[in-house]
Design a protein around this ligand. Sequence first.
Ligand SMILES: Cc1ncc(COP(=O)(O)O)c(C=O)c1O
Ligand SMILES: N[C@@H](CCSC[C@H](N)C(=O)O)C(=O)O
Length: 421
Amino acid sequence: MTNVLTPEPDSPTAAFQPLKRYRPATELVHIEAPSDHTSGPGTAIRDPYQAASVPIYQTATFKQPSANGSGEYDYSRSGNPTRSHVESHLAKIMHAQRAFVVSSGMSALDVILRLVKAGEEIVAGDDLYGGTNRLLTYLGTHGGVRTHHVDTTRPEAIVKVLDPQRTRMVLLETPTNPLIKIADIPTIADLVHAQCPDALVVVDNTMMSPYLQRPLELGADVVYHSGTKYLSGHHDLMAGVIGAKTSATADRIYHVINATGCGLSPFDSWLLLRGVKTLAVRMEKQQANAVLIANYLISRGFRVHYPGNPAHPQYALHRTMASGPGAVLSFETGDVTTSERIVESTKLWGISVSFGCVNSLISMPCRMSHASIPAHVRQARALPEDLIRLCVGIEDPQDLLEDLESALAIAGALPGDPMML
Ligand SMILES: Cc1ncc(COP(=O)(O)O)c(C=O)c1O
Ligand SMILES: N[C@@H](CCSC[C@H](N)C(=O)O)C(=O)O
């Protein structure tokens, strides 16, 4: 099998157009060289020694053959072979025309938001990651770009604020962080493209990862992930991953990355590439554990937010877009102090922000990941202060359940306990 790989004229990173597709779990582990026209899956490395692991090109500069032209690479801000490997691999996984890896998920969003100019507008959700809200707010106060925050579970709410003269981006999280709401990507993309042909539909796919959901196939123009989470899987690096549907959009994104210098370092690119190979097995196990945990909490009478719960308002919609519900869920106890006691009484579940790691985590979004959203804004957007978010890992589920039940009992939050609502 050969690949048709076309390097972009203005950059050393390559567009990836495989001739044959395998199932996601297979594609994840077979890494192909970004501009090697002869190698097949698993024979990736274009180095003289045929190294089984992609080498880390820990260099800032590359020697040039002459004063008048560089080789494939000249400077690692503009491009680096280790980075190119992970980018072409992720383009394949995300079904993107081209992909980019940058220094964090927020950096990925920053790059994408730089495509919007002062005076133009963005539409985004009213339930979204706190850091995303912070950057959009900053862009409003410092960059003259207004964001309308609306309920993205209702396409009509988005349509209401679309302005063909001004709207240049519609930014969706689905599922949202932390209330796990679902947005209808195909319907929203059709409506936005029809009414605002100059607007990009951008999806933050961090919670699903490309293993479960591929927004570019659903109508989005740009997808991004915090690579800090499922894609790397071990909380040992920060990374952001961007996928573009067209080469025109990709060129604009590459220009910003090179101009601002946020491309991922060679070592972190290597770590990300190593992590992504096990995405399928990690996600399958984490998701299976999450289903058990969700069912347990539902059976105990809690209000659980999880798209694997048939009572979730967009349960059916989510199933049309994604191949699974993922491994992040949140639940309400009805009382902030009870929630604090639960979180602080767990032993196995680590109190930590973030998700997508192999070990299980517990957090209170309003105190942690979403604390940067002012309290009055959280209240106006109906983000419950007592909300607990669980990021389920790969441990033995019985240990996770026992630890959670013990914490619920200590906090007096089990049915029959006086504090349980
Ligand atoms: C949904 C979502 N998007 C983006 C980010 C930003 O990613 P990073 O922490 O890698 O900058 C996060 C968390 O940080 C997140 O939860
Ligand atoms: N102190 C950080 C908090 C990071 S939250 C990380 C992650 N997205 C999550 O949802 O847990 C900050 O202020 O950004």
